[in-house]
Design a protein around this ligand. Structure first.
Ligand code: LLP
Length: 415
């Protein structure tokens, strides 16, 4: 579900013509649909209404302040993974009691800043980290709430780079270690070890991995209960897949009806950390065709966006639909083309073997670019980062200015 669609022959975001937005804001351009973002959030919230979970939007998916504000002002909390993301949350005055903090490498400064802000809890990923948080909490004379991240060692069926719930990944701790910590939690008086956290991977399109992981968590929770250890929170992470090509991911309702039965009898406060599900299909990356190049072997549509703007195709060989923002009239061309950027690497592509009827000067839209698009962009090849626009209440707002050449060098020092 999303609000990018063709009306007559033009691509629209909600009620605004993409062509008009490109004329006004230039290319390449990220365009987000506020309505799509909120509807995804409400769908998840409503599907889990019975449990009244805390839904902490995963900032890393798209960390633009206006998008965070849109979500937090509608009741979302935030799942953060760095001091930088904490800084964003603070800028928005996000309620600290709605912030959870994961990451295998939290530094002392990051831990201290998060404690001082009063976040709801840390999702702790190792014994050394637990010790470090305890030490800093003691120094600050504050009692700090933590959840232990369980690595349930389950297959999630997604790309290896975004699988996080297998035993050999760097995330979380195995069942035995987690259990051991809970049993000796009294020895860490500055910590309230009262939650269990899991996040098994991203772009998971099947229900089964979630169920398997939850069953393992439930077994652990009941073993702990029998030993007198009572928990308060269960954080089931994010990971819900979306449609990029032909995937058939579960809807919010299907997801909830599959796992609610496993959660209802626990009597725990449930936390969710969705990222992609909320923003993935709510954004496009629009770009202009610079050249059409034909070689004896191939046809290339060379556009002004590249792997530095959207890394997913190059990094994970991820598929994103690409459309011309104005539907071509007349005969369809038979030749397939690779849609590539100007960067000096063969890995710089946005799509391969696509059927696109397009001419120089016209524009394309890469769909499903709202999650891990801009947030993973870089200045590689000294390319200024692109502008971002949010459509909200029938209006287009510039929510990040296009960088200029001075932005590229302003932190550099010539010696
Ligand atoms: N919670 C934790 C602890 C996470 O590490 C992540 C994502 C999420 C929640 C949100 O997951 P989501 O609901 O968005 O699947 N760059 C990759 C995805 C990396 C995901 C990292 N962790 C991509 O473009 O596919």
């Amino acid at each position: 579900m999303h609000y990018f669609s063709f009306k007559k022959n033009n691509l629209y975001c909600e009620n605004l013509k993409i062509k008009d937005l490109l004329d006004k804001f230039g290319t390449p351009l990220y365009v987000y649909s506020g309505r799509t973002i909120l509807e995804h959030f409400f769908k998840l919230r409503d599907a889990f209404a019975k449990l009244e979970p805390l839904i902490c939007y995963s900032v890393k998916a798209n960390s633009n302040l206006s998008i965070l504000k849109l979500l937090t002002s509608s009741g979302a909390g935030l799942d953060i993974v760095s001091g930088g993301e904490l800084y964003r949350a603070k800028k928005l005055k996000c309620s600290p009691k709605k912030i959870v903090y994961a990451s295998v490498g939290k530094t002392d400064k990051e831990i201290k800043d998060a404690i001082n802000y009063g976040i709801l809890m840390f999702n702790v990923e190792s014994i050394p980290e637990l010790g470090r948080i305890a030490k800093i909490a003691r120094k600050l004379k504050k009692r700090v709430s933590v959840a232990l991240r369980l690595n349930p060692d389950v297959e999630s069926g997604t790309h290896a780079y975004i699988t996080t719930g297998k035993g050999e990944t760097k995330f979380g701790m195995d069942t035995k270690t987690v259990k051991g910590i809970f049993l000796r939690r009294a020895s860490l008086p500055y910590l309230k070890i009262e939650g269990l956290h899991m996040h098994i991977g991203s772009q998971i399109t099947k229900l089964d991995p979630f169920k398997k992981a939850l069953k393992k968590a439930k077994k652990l929770i009941s073993e702990l209960k029998s030993k007198g250890v009572k928990l308060k929170y269960l954080n089931i992470g994010g990971g819900l897949g979306i449609i990029y090509e032909k995937e058939k991911p579960q809807t919010a309702k299907e997801f909830a009806s599959g796992i609610l039965p496993l959660l209802c009898d626990l009597g725990l406060k449930i936390i969710l950390e969705p990222g992609r599900f909320i923003v993935g299909n709510a954004g496009i990356l629009a770009a202009k065709v610079i050249y059409i190049k034909e070689t004896p072997k191939k046809k290339f549509v060379i556009v002004d966006a590249a792997m530095n703007d959207l890394a997913r195709p190059s990094l994970y060989e991820a598929y994103h639909k690409i459309v011309s923002i104005e539907k071509p009239r007349g005969k369809k061309s038979k030749k397939l083309a690779d849609v590539v950027g100007p960067i000096c690497e063969s890995g710089d592509f946005l799509g391969k073997e696509r059927r696109l009827d397009i001419k120089e000067g016209q524009a394309i839209a890469v769909l499903g670019a709202g999650a891990y698009g801009f947030s993973m962009s870089s200045n590689y090849n000294s390319r200024p980062r692109v502008a971002e626009v949010l459509v909200k209440n029938n209006k287009a707002y510039l929510i990040r200015k296009r960088e200029d050449y001075n932005d590229l060098i302003k932190k550099e020092i010539i010696i």
